[in-house]
Design a protein around this ligand. Structure first.
Ligand SMILES: [Zn+2]
Length: 106
């Protein structure tokens, strides 16, 4: 894994591959490469970090991703239950009637 300095022909906002914070691509940027090739841009703040500090950032990103995965899994389990359950729901006409009645009251 290495970080290279590369030129950029268009300037835009992106998220840093190391810390995840948004930053503006400049005309020249640090860019992360791994064994598979180009990964993504590195913000100027992360370029100031030592390799050890960068690894701490990656650990933090892993924890954030694990949290997101856990959340997604819980939604998946919930939807998996829903497809097996009966759904008791009012008709759309009942919904519209309730709105009209409520507006008259107000
Ligand atoms: Zn960063």
């Amino acid at each position: 894994m290495e970080i290279r300095i590369e030129g950029n022909n268009y300037i835009n906002e992106t998220d840093c591959v190391i810390c995840g914070k948004e930053f503006t691509f400049d005309v020249v940027n640090p860019v992360l490469y791994d064994d598979d090739g180009f990964v993504w841009g590195v913000c100027p703040d992360c370029l100031k970090l030592t390799p050890g500090e960068m690894k701490k950032q990656f650990l933090q990103r892993i924890e954030e991703i694990d949290f997101l995965i856990d959340n997604l899994k819980s939604y998946r389990e919930r939807y998996n239950r829903y497809i097996k359950e009966d759904i008791n729901t009012p008709t759309f006409a009942e919904f519209e009637k309730a709105i009209k009645e409520r507006r008259v009251e107000a």
